[in-house]
Design a binder for this molecule. Structure first.
Ligand SMILES: Nc1ncnc2c1ncn2[C@@H]1O[C@H](COP(=O)(O)OP(=O)(O)O)[C@@H](O)[C@H]1O
Ligand SMILES: Cc1cn([C@H]2C[C@H](O)[C@@H](COP(=O)(O)O)O2)c(=O)[nH]c1=O
Length: 215
């Protein structure tokens, strides 16, 4: 039975790497994938992983009908044996419904990859729809870690290393951007306390928390 699978995890846990591996394994057996993405850091029409691999993809536009796109593609006599959708959190809920229809009416497997929640730990609308519709939600096995060593479950947006909670839901960016706007993955405890690696380091150096000298 074809399936809609949502591979989910924090930023930097290997989602795009897995998408590229699925693509590689299937294309090595002569299958042809339709790869969708939106707002990848590597630029328009790219699906990229931090491990350095990159492949071409169809850049999804606002309002684009993904089911219609595949029907047109197939009716031109072109092939698509399965579908990959990376950065799926950026897709509109209607586009997720269209991907579900691709599974049900065209009989293709659809593998969607994305983060579930934003920097305020609120669901992205596209991810919410994926959780609602997917046959399976798979949490990636490679754990991204919080600075404290616990499993990272939340995405923080940072400016100069400090966690912010105001701003637009979508700001394309990367982890390890200490001087700029960036992201850091945290455990829930430290996300709630807005404690990033930089804030924790500063706190541990603060005279307030240094042991009181007996001299
Ligand atoms: N220099 C490196 N050496 C080994 N693994 C790395 C390196 N840089 C990144 N990675 C791995 O790549 C993962 C990020 O992969 P990526 O597919 O870009 O993540 P995602 O799509 O989930 O944001 C990291 O979790 C880490 O395991
Ligand atoms: C938390 C959060 C993330 N984003 C952006 C930042 C990146 O461009 C992508 C996630 O990509 P990754 O391959 O999973 O690292 O999402 C955002 O726009 N808003 C957010 O709140």
């Amino acid at each position: 039975m074809p399936e809609l699978v949502f591979f989910s995890g924090t930023m930097d846990c290997g989602k795009s790497t897995l998408a590229l591996q699925i693509e590689h394994n299937r294309s090595a057996r002569g299958l042809q994938g339709m790869i969708f993405t939106r707002d990848d850091r590597a630029g328009e029409g790219k699906l990229s992983s931090r491990l350095g691999l990159v492949t071409d993809a169809v850049e999804v536009e606002d309002g684009q009908d993904l089911y219609g796109y595949l029907v047109d593609h197939l009716s031109q006599g072109r092939r698509a044996d399965y579908v990959i959708a990376d950065e799926a959190q950026f897709l509109a809920p209607e586009q997720i419904d269209q991907l579900a229809r691709v599974v049900d009416d065209l009989g293709l497997d659809v593998y969607a990859f994305g983060i579930t929640t934003d920097f305020r730990s609120k669901l992205f609308p596209g991810s919410q729809r994926l959780v609602e519709l997917a046959d399976r939600v798979e949490v990636l096995q490679v754990e991204a870690l919080c600075w404290c060593g616990a499993r990272a479950t939340h995405n923080a947006r940072t400016i100069g290393g400090h966690m912010v909670v105001e701003g637009a839901q979508v700001v394309v960016g990367d982890v390890n951007q200490p001087d700029d706007i960036g992201y850091e993955v945290l455990c829930r405890r430290h996300h709630r306390r807005r404690m990033t690696a930089a804030t924790a380091r500063a706190a541990s150096l603060s005279p307030d928390v240094l042991p009181v000298s007996s001299a």
